[in-house]
Design a protein around this ligand. Structure first.
Ligand code: M6R
Length: 614
């Protein structure tokens, strides 16, 4: 949560900061602000609301440009989204300016001390304590760098802080603990950002700043030190995507663009990992030697939100193909329930951002207990990848819309690759090549599905006044039902619940009353153990009670049309692989319904894309 950008160099600081904030706005959009130093004075502008409110204010009252500065886009934790609580926070009679992402857990104790020394606070944020602490240290020592290091050591919790000082306008200081920070290495200019999107317009060379590290950033260079002031090693990496990949490129929303990229996300995730015979090659496993895998007797998949539903699909695939016991645990639950984890456990963490704090805490907990950690991650240089023994990158490209779509398709695809790899590694090779070949056809089939679901928009428009939608699925359709419900909740603010279809009679059927919309993921007629017939029976049960049934079914399944008001068909595939196809109409449905209600599909209320606090 919160997007952070810092810059020192010859370009227009206002352009760099506002451009960076625009790309980071998906991280939080409650308020935005910037600070620069011009003519030896700190200038700050900040406003509650989306970044555009700040941009409009800057047009109305322009500020002088500068060659350095810091910018922030906020997702509120402590204090409402108001102008006063917006960052940056200035202190020491406008001597310094500071921005913060995270939660300062000891802010109350620090604040009491500062108040007792006569310092007046202007906001309700935890962040403002860091600004006053820094100003007061600097007033005592006259050494900005040392004061900054001392403040980093005094704070507890999760923080990325960036600070500038009007007496040294060529310097931006930054510190990172439990919160993301990357450095962009330019030519005669350098950058800081919550992720590479902040500066990818200017440089593709980046450094992932490690845990408990401090950056001294100047135009002609930078230094990384630890919290004791000792130099630390760093490694550069290249950003593999262009700025255009993180722009709308003519689409009306990022979400529409990202749904259209689902075929490519699946294809790029498979590329180089599956040959034409369906043989899988995951060189990423180098960090986890085969001997380690042979010792594994269980897998725990951990993630949050949509990523956890991708994990549920991976569970079906791994258990079916590799016959290894898998459980899926929400990361925030796993971490705090003293789970049975040891060196025979493989923990698979799934995250688009690789910065979800709950997921990071879960893998740290697992590593401390001796487990090997494999991550499935979409973001280069992310903390999750740095802290895992091995990483399978999903190559979905930057995902900007808060609601995850193409990253979800890529995560499921990576789960299939993992299942195939584990099945090979454990000698369960029967039918694997056939499934591998079918997996290779998925990008084309996802594209066909997109073409087949052209009328979802019209249908969603007719339903725009509904109050509640239920989603039913079975086997691999169950996590897709959960995903459909989550997407609808977060985008349309409509009550939506996903259920396992078999659970219906155990309670949820009481919710069915005439007119209730129920979206049913119908298993393919060829699916294991006649689930098709069982789900059709479920449809009849809810039809009998007046429900309005919308089905997602495999092409050629004419039987379902007899019982559903509307059927969205998907191409035939192996039933295990069907989630990548059946989720497409659900993603489009949630987007179209939100649009029909006049809502912002890229930035739904109260949400942020990366949840970097627990
Ligand atoms: O970055 P992550 O994949 O770790 O994020 C996990 C969830 O916060 C995320 O999937 C969230 O549920 C999305 N907003 C769903 O669309």
């Amino acid at each position: 949560m919160c997007g952070i950008v810092g810059y020192v160099g010859p370009s227009s600081a206002l352009d760099v900061l506002l451009g960076g904030l625009k790309r980071l706005e998906y991280r939080g959009y409650d308020s935005a602000g910037i600070s620069v130093v011009t003519n030896g004075e700190i200038q700050t502008q900040k406003r509650a609301g989306k970044l555009q409110v700040l941009i409009d204010q800057l047009s109305a009252s322009p500020m002088a440009d500068a060659q350095m500065g810091i910018g922030h886009t906020r997702w509120a934790t402590h204090g409402a989204p108001t102008d006063g609580n917006a960052h940056p926070h200035n202190a020491g009679a406008e001597q310094i300016s500071l921005i913060h992402n995270g939660i300062i857990e000891n802010f109350s104790e620090l604040k009491k001390k500062l108040v007792s020394e006569g310092i007046e606070f202007e906001s309700e944020t935890d962040s403002e304590v860091a600004a006053h602490l820094l100003a007061s240290e600097f007033a005592n020592t006259g050494d900005f760098e040392k004061s900054f290091v001392s403040v980093a050591n005094a704070l507890q919790g999760a923080f990325t802080i960036l600070a500038i000082n009007k007496s040294d306008p060529g310097l931006v200081m930054a510190a990172r603990r439990n919160s993301p920070l990357v450095l962009g290495v330019g030519d005669g200019e350098n950058f800081l950002g919550s992720d590479v999107a902040a500066f990818v317009d200017y440089t593709k060379t980046a450094i992932s700043v490690g845990q408990d590290q401090i950056v001294k950033l100047r135009a002609d260079g930078f230094e990384l030190i630890d919290f004791n002031g000792n130099p630390v090693e760093h490694e550069e990496f290249k950003v593999h995507w262009d700025a255009s990949a993180a722009s709308k490129g003519g689409w009306e929303s990022f979400m529409a663009k990202e749904i259209s990229e689902e075929p490519q996300a699946v294809g790029d995730t498979l590329m180089g990992r599956l040959d034409a015979n369906g043989d899988v090659n995951l060189s990423e496993f180098d960090g986890l030697s085969i001997e380690n895998l042979e010792n594994i007797n269980r897998i725990i998949i951990t993630a949050c939100g949509t990523a956890a539903y991708a994990g549920e699909v991976a569970k079906y695939a791994i258990e079916q193909l590799a016959r290894i016991s898998v459980s899926v645990e929400l990361a925030h639950e796993l971490r705090y329930r003293n789970p049975v984890i040891d060196e025979k456990t493989l923990v698979v963490a799934i995250s688009q951002s690789g910065e979800t704090m709950d997921t990071l805490m879960a893998i740290r907990h697992a590593s401390e207990r001796g487990a090997k950690v494999l991550s499935i991650c979409n973001t280069q240089g992310a903390t999750l990848a740095r802290e895992s023994d091995a990483t399978i990158y999903t190559h979905a490209g930057p995902e900007v819309a808060v609601a995850s779509t193409k990253a979800f398709s890529a995560q499921i695809t990576a789960g299939y690759l993992l299942a195939l790899f584990l099945a090979h590694a454990t000698g369960k090779t029967e039918n694997l090549n056939q499934l591998g070949k079918e997996l290779l056809s998925l990008p084309r089939k996802v594209k066909t599905t997109l073409e087949m679901t052209g009328d979802v928009a019209e249908f969603a428009n007719q339903l725009k006044d509904i109050q509640s939608v239920l989603f039913l699925g079975r086997n691999v359709g169950f996590p897709i039902a959960m995903e459909g419900a989550l997407k609808l909740k977060e985008l349309s603010y409509i009550h939506a619940e996903g259920f396992a279809a078999g659970e219906l009679k155990h309670g949820p059927i009481a919710l069915i009353e005439p007119g209730q919309v129920v979206i049913v993921l119908v298993p393919a007629p060829s699916s294991a153990e006649s689930l098709h017939a069982k789900v059709l029976a479920n449809i009849q049960e809810i039809n009998a009670r007046g429900a309005k049934v919308i089905a997602i079914a495999e092409q050629g399944d004419d039987e379902v049309a007899e019982f559903a008001e509307k059927v969205f068909y998907t191409p035939k595939t192996d039933p295990l692989l069907s989630p990548v196809l059946s989720v497409v109409p659900l993603h489009i449905f949630s987007m179209e319904l939100a649009k029909a209600k006049g809502l912002d599909v890229d930035q739904p209320r109260n949400l942020a894309k990366s949840v970097t606090v627990e």
